[in-house]
Design a protein around this ligand. Sequence first.
Ligand code: FAD
Length: 400
Amino acid sequence: MYDFVIIGGGIIGLSIAKALIEDDKDAFIAIIEKESEVATHASGRNSGVLHAGFYYSANSLKAKFARVGNKELRRYCKANHLKINECGKVVLAQNEDEVKGLEELKKRGDLNGVELHWIDKKELNCKYPNLKTTQKALYSPTTSTVDPKEVCLSIKKDLLEKNVEIFTNTKYLKKISTRSILTNGGELKYRWLINCAGLYADKIAKDFGLAKDYTIIPFKGIYLKDKKNRSQLKTNAYPVPNLKNPFLGVHFTYAVDGSAKIGPTAIPAFWRENYKGCDNFNFKEMITILYYEAKLFLTNAFGFRALAYEEMRKYYKPHLLKLTSGLTNKMNLRGFDKWTTPGIRAQLLNINTLELVQDFIVEKKENSVHILNAVSPAFTSAFPFTRWVVKNYIKEKNEQ
Ligand SMILES: Cc1cc2nc3c(=O)[nH]c(=O)nc-3n(C[C@H](O)[C@H](O)[C@H](O)COP(=O)(O)OP(=O)(O)OC[C@H]3O[C@@H](n4cnc5c(N)ncnc54)[C@H](O)[C@@H]3O)c2cc1C
């Protein structure tokens, strides 16, 4: 019997195992992952940005863990000789109204203890001549980029050295009892089960009588890549986000391999792993997801109609490129000619209120713990967030 069985080999499952083994080096831990390698889904397909933590309202788990997570992952990358680009980030205002948005972000940053600096138009032009703003811009020095897959593979290696067992090609199929589950490799017995299954976390939680108020609405993020960085991007450049939804708006990422990316979008997907064409098509999932998307469309909850329409248009390359024109000053966009690997957000919808859930959710029943809505910046926040989960939900030393 394992002390802990973790479902999902993304950054959250791997970091939970790291927190558990650091707490008790003799713990008997297994991670099961349905794919042939860890970080095949969101953890290996994201923007790779270590967010600084200034977008999130002060009482949220996102605010609590992003700043510290950023610091710890930067330190982890350096200690393990992983690639990191500490190029910072600027948030740019496209009009006078957005300057107010910048001020709100600065307020949030101050409350969350995040280092931020104002830079005026002149300074921005001097430092980044191909970017533009109205009046001023917000500069975050701690925002960095990493290769998320490389980070996950490094954590996997650490865990294997500490005798954590990682079973790939092993899929959770169903709950047998409070002490065992069925996988395609047979029965697994445990003292604790921790569900970190990303796009399937809500479905698994429902088997345990949880996540009753939620379902996942998958949102696809696609990117256009300028492999040789002909745009000469030197920092991450973002618009002022609409803080009413959890997406950051189309932005530029200065990736760790020296390339530049535009994206990601937030296009409603029709099934959970709906990356491209009919990949991983699942009819039952599609019916449920279409049902909720139709409901959102009809009620126009959180302005879903406009969001869906605007996001769908971003499949058209010239349109996506045009959306960045408010951020750039004669930037050469010709290099952005290739769509790159898409990612899908495991975004929870509250089925009672028809609102998108903003924060991370942790639910517990008996000896099972379920991590839901581990959306951005869960990659950045993974180390301190999962330590907190272990302390508060498994070891029960409540530190809220
Ligand atoms: C487009 C995009 C851009 C993003 N950008 C950023 C960013 O710049 N910075 C940031 O901090 N965050 C970012 N995020 C968010 C970040 O990627 C996620 O928060 C994080 O990867 C979630 O990790 P996870 O382990 O919960 O999920 P996942 O990485 O999806 O892992 C879940 C794992 O569970 C496995 N699984 C599912 N069902 C089963 C089953 N039945 N049996 C066994 N295994 C199963 C899956 O195969 C998967 O490997 C982004 C996300 C997206 C989609």
